[in-house]
Write a protein that binds this ligand. Sequence first.
Ligand SMILES: *Cc1c(COP(=O)(O)O)cnc(C)c1O
Length: 229
Amino acid sequence: MTTICANLQAVRSRIAAAAQRAGRRREDIALLAVSKTVAAERIDEAVAAGQRAFGENYAQEGIGKIAALAALDLEWHFIGPLQSNKTRPVAEHFDWVHSIERFKVAERLSVARGGGLPPLQVCVQVNVSGESSKSGVSPEEAASLAHAVAALPNLRLRGLMTIPEPSEDASLVRRRFAMLRQLRDRLNAGGLALDTLSMGMSHDLEEAILEGATIVRVGTAIFGERARA
Ligand SMILES: *Cc1c(COP(=O)(O)O)cnc(C)c1O
């Protein structure tokens, strides 16, 4: 068994244990393997171990791997900061984008999608950590952005994504994740139909699952430490 295979099994066990603790069904939590900086051959090892969904942060790097692994039936998620000038290649090659924080970017993705492809699945990224984090819209801005994105053709708004500020304090991290869940519930009460909470990484996936994560994004615990962050 390869290291990647063993790591994947360990992560799956963590997810199952957290689901059980939370009283949730294991199948309601998807594992996204974050493969940024990881070469296509090592992604192939994860595929051999049964992993299908991969997350990438950089458009060019991700598209290179999507092309290299095109013979496999994989699902590709863009999870990094997205600039307006990269929207076309991302819209054409990825299945999901988790990091929508500006309407203009969402609009450009929608225009570039089309072409007979199914709708691009998207999440609005929310900053639940106040001034200690820069990425994502504030919880106050989330409703107007989410409603505007939900109205765009060629996109399907699935939910919310967050990356809390780094912290060793598990209860603080859990409160951050709870904030995202409560925001999702408020948006659904306001007429949206969001089924996705993309939250939790290698070190905090348990806290995220306890607060309702439906997608955990895990890199280091599967592929090992990255050379560049
Ligand atoms: C790198 C990254 C991850 C994975 O982080 P790990 O700590 O390696 O599990 C998850 N989400 C995003 C947005 C990332 O950039």
